[in-house]
Design a protein around this ligand. Structure first.
Ligand SMILES: [Zn+2]
Ligand SMILES: [Zn+2]
Length: 269
């Protein structure tokens, strides 16, 4: 059984297909999924998916790329995070990829928003789902400044859709974070990332689709959905030279540990 630790089932191209996606998940032995929130406006739909389906959970947060949306404060995030089936804060982080002519100084609002999320995660003691793109050093610096590391009593979390360097992965592990791999690990030109896959211990690895984006090979370019996460697991297994069932079992167990989701055995007692 596999778990998709990061998907956007609330996005229109997937939301209208949830029933058929759930059927495809069952066929592909994808047992559970974490539905990720990217705006406060979107939260009711994201949360509704988690409430309506026993094998979906969700997060509360505002993605760093989203401008012209409601700006979250810590109290609002804390209130949402205390609702049933909300298991993490995010996705949050920094994204300097689309500066569109702005300087890093101009992105102060993104850093403030990130800090607000970390403070909420600390208050409710829930892990962070961190997005980082073209912003490695600021991301790590803010996580450290805001006390996010597990070793100092922080909430920890996961760096999702990991595309950073091996050095960054080392820092993430040192801070007690998990590393989540997406379909990018299956792309032909992703040799450096596959080195990172080999480097990160299996007990710190998660797998995800980040659907509807980033469909793994052999579906690259198509609309992604959680039923395709086994293709990510297969690549992780191949890169680490481990049996697929080891990767399935470990990433499922890691998901349960990080997000405090009961195992299937615990659930049936
Ligand atoms: Zn992301
Ligand atoms: Zn995402």
């Amino acid at each position: 059984m596999f778990v998709d630790s990061h998907c956007h089932l609330s996005f229109p191209e997937l939301y209208s297909q949830v029933d058929s996606i759930r059927a495809a998940m069952a066929t592909a032995q994808v047992d559970r999924a974490l539905v990720i929130c990217t705006t406060l406006e979107e939260f009711p739909r994201v949360h509704g998916l988690a409430l309506d389906h026993e094998n979906f959970w969700c997060t509360a947060g505002v993605h760093p790329d989203n401008e012209s949306v409601s700006e979250p404060d810590t109290a609002t995030l804390v209130e949402l995070a205390r609702r049933p089936k909300v298991v993490a804060i995010g996705e949050t982080g920094l994204d300097y990829y689309r500066l569109a002519g702005r300087s890093l100084d101009d992105m102060h609002w993104q850093r403030e928003r990130f800090r607000v999320h970390i403070r909420a995660a600390r208050a409710v003691r829930l892990p962070l789902v961190v997005h980082t793109r073209s912003a490695s050093s600021d991301t790590l610096a803010i996580l450290r400044e805001e006390g996010a590391a597990v070793g100092i009593g922080g909430p920890g979390g996961v760096f999702h859709c990991f595309t950073e360097t091996l050095e960054f992965a080392r820092s993430a592990l040192d801070m007690g974070f998990f590393v989540s791999f997406s379909g990018i690990v299956t792309f032909r030109n992703a040799n450096e990332l596959r080195d990172v896959v080999r480097f990160v211990p299996l007990d710190r690895c998660l797998i995800e689709t980040d659907s509807p984006y980033l469909a793994p090979v052999p579906y690259r370019g198509k609309t992604n959905n959680p039923s395709l996460v086994p293709w990510v697991a297969r690549q992780v297994a191949e890169s680490k030279a481990l049996p697929l069932e080891f990767v399935a079992r470990a990433t499922t167990h890691n998901f349960e540990r990080l997000f405090g989701v009961p195992s299937r055995q615990e659930q049936s007692i």
